[in-house]
Design a binder for this molecule. Structure first.
Ligand SMILES: O=P(O)(O)OC[C@@H](O)[C@@H](O)c1c[nH]c2ccccc12
Length: 273
């Protein structure tokens, strides 16, 4: 048996994303054939309707216990409490990392958040099979993430369609020009530009500046994801064309969450703030 470590040591260049996807395939074997008990909840507005009604930077606030790039972030967080705080501050959606093996999250975290907030919830996971979408929906998710770098065109189209048929909103995530072109073929309503390269972990806000021009003039919601540390970062991606940001670590570590959060709610009209 050849381990991942040995692969990595060799010149096959297995990335962390490859490792995560390999692990997901095992997980999917245990999910296949299961039925998921739907969690009951009051209807919530769509993320798209909340963004359409807003003139402020739209914040998706994330529950993130730890990550492969940053290690432990906030492992003892109570997801429901944290989500309630985000909601009270004006978040437009809550993102819950449900991957266990690499991010210490769980679908149970999402269920706890579902029972607490009336906001749309993004199930943040590495989706490669419809069964994961079934599980996310049953847990009460309203939005799912599709990472273009982790999927073939055929998988991307299939999972996108499956999610839409299941009344879910889809965040299509890209990191470079080629991925953006693949994403745009789906004509998605929501695109996320991840400033973090999932293969190298490098974070660079210039990624948003580079790729945002490819969607200019379309009515697509454009989310700048990862690496937002201070207000200047949010203004920078706003000026590039983002109308939403996805923030994890900075909020999970914030000593004064209210102050940090409010400072990110900049006007969407350029050159104000
Ligand atoms: O903690 P940050 O740097 O604020 O990042 C949040 C979010 O963008 C990040 O968690 C993320 C974006 N896309 C992902 C895909 C998988 C796992 C995690 C992510």
């Amino acid at each position: 048996m050849i381990t991942v470590k040995k692969f990595r040591a060799g010149c096959l260049k297995l990335t962390i994303l490859d490792e995560i996807i390999a692990k997901k395939k095992d997980e999917i074997k245990t999910l296949t054939g299961q039925t998921f008990q739907p969690v009951a909840y009051e209807p919530v507005p769509t993320f798209q309707s909340l963004v359409a009604a807003s003139s402020q930077m739209n914040i998706i606030a994330e529950i993130k216990r730890s990550s492969p790039s940053r290690g432990a972030i906030n492992t003892t967080v109570d997801p429901a409490d944290q989500a309630k705080r985000y909601e009270a501050l004006g978040a437009k959606a809550i993102s819950v990392l449900t991957d266990q093996a690499f991010f210490n999250g769980s679908i149970e975290d999402l269920i706890q958040v579902r029972k607490t907030v009336r906001l749309p919830i993004l199930c943040k996971d590495f989706m490669i099979d419809p069964v994961q979408i079934d599980r996310a929906k049953a847990a009460g998710a309203n939005i799912i993430l599709l990472i273009v770098a982790a999927l073939s065109d055929a998988q991307l189209a299939e999972l996108y369609q499956y999610a839409v048929e299941n009344d879910l909103e889809v965040l299509v995530e890209v990191h470079d020009e080629e991925e953006m072109e693949r994403a745009l073929r789906l004509e998605p309503e929501i695109i996320g530009i991840n400033n973090r390269n999932l293969k190298t972990f490098e974070v660079n806000l210039a990624t948003t500046e580079r790729l945002a021009s490819m969607v200019r003039g379309m009515k697509t919601i454009l989310i700048s994801e990862s690496g937002m540390k201070q207000q200047g970062d949010v203004i920078r991606v706003r000026n590039a064309g983002a109308n939403a940001v996805l923030v994890g670590e900075t909020f999970m570590r914030a000593e004064n969450l209210e102050e940090t959060f409010k400072s990110f709610q900049v006007s969407l009209f350029q050159n104000i703030n």
